[in-house]
Design a protein around this ligand. Structure first.
Ligand SMILES: C[S@@+](CC[C@H](N)C(=O)[O-])C[C@H]1O[C@@H](n2cnc3c(N)ncnc32)[C@H](O)[C@@H]1O
Length: 281
């Protein structure tokens, strides 16, 4: 296997439907994920003049937040395998006049990640590696000795209402494939936190630790729009991708009812839980 073959499924997904739905829903996704962005920034605390590496930076929200914290004397480098998401990140950096935020197409597991960083951050961008130990060794090699890494990853599905409500509904309407390997690349690959901390240790990181954090995520004021968004960008999207229009319509209808039941003060609010993971190079 050559480096080009590694993470091929993820490269296809994030340059196809996965990437285009995150690009079209960028504002919504950034609003939805805002509580975790705040936590990431509080724990990572990027400081004036630092060089920050953003792994799986996507459309650049966390890169731009870090760029504003480190100032023009510092630098932020976002790396991602998704060409369409990076294009939007570059446009946003230009609009924000953040020339010290740069972006590169690259696989964090195999490719060069630029000059050594003082701080590595990631908002849900590190759970998609075929060989996580190799990936975190590569990230370690691009971090200054004593530099820090802080990332957020999802807790198990049962702690994430925004996922299990939709999957529960879909199960009533369509046949599900056998449950995947819980550690396979995907949003919940790092939910088993003891294993995740072990991966970091095996990859050469020190002082690996994790804090749980729970929040209610704002899915907007419309139950129908919330259901559409989950169908398009949530884990349910991969389950429903190849289903018939009638099956999709049946799931959408039940999901819209479920979202209506979750409206509090005019907003659809869904429970979610993450790990905030820190380690030292
Ligand atoms: C759930 S999205 C999060 C994007 C962004 N961090 C955010 O919060 O908006 C996961 C991101 O990880 C990227 N990704 C997946 N595997 C990767 C890899 N091996 N190297 C670099 N980026 C990767 C995807 O392309 C995608 O942009």
């Amino acid at each position: 296997m050559t480096d080009a073959d590694i993470n091929q499924d993820q490269k296809e997904f994030w340059n196809g439907q996965g990437g285009s739905s995150w690009v079209s829903g960028q504002e919504e996704m950034d609003r939805f994920l805002a509580p975790f962005t705040e936590q990431l920034m509080v724990h990572a605390a990027p400081a004036d003049g630092q060089r920050v590496l953003d792994i799986g930076c996507g459309t650049g929200d966390t890169s731009l937040r870090a760029a504003s914290a480190v100032g023009a004397a510092g630098a932020v480098h976002g790396v991602d395998i998704s060409q369409p998401m990076l294009e939007l990140a570059r446009t946003r950096a230009k609009d924000a006049r953040a020339a010290h935020a740069t972006f590169a197409l690259g696989d964090a597991q195999t490719d060069t990640l630029g000059d050594a960083a003082d701080l590595v951050i990631s908002r849900f961008g590190v759970m998609f590696f075929e060989q996580p130990v190799a990936a975190f060794k590569n990230i370690h090699a691009h971090t200054k000795p004593g530099g820090r890494m802080v990332f957020v990853c999802w807790q198990p599905v049962r702690e994430n209402e925004w996922v299990h409500i939709g999957l529960g509904i879909a199960k009533k309407h369509v046949a599900f494939p056998p449950p995947p390997d819980p550690h396979a690349p995907g949003p919940f690959a790092f939910a088993d936190i003891e294993r995740t901390l072990g991966i970091l240790g095996d990859a050469g990181w020190s002082n690996a630790s994790a804090e749980p954090f729970a929040a209610k995520l704002n899915q907007g004021s419309s139950a129908q729009a919330a259901a559409e968004s989950l169908m398009l960008r949530g884990p349910i999207s991969r389950v429903m991708m190849d289903k018939t229009d009638a099956e999709k319509a049946a799931v959408m209808s039940d999901l819209t009812d479920a979202m209506t039941a979750k409206i509090t003060d005019g907003q659809v609010m869904l429970g979610a839980g993450v790990w905030i993971v820190s380690a030292t190079a």
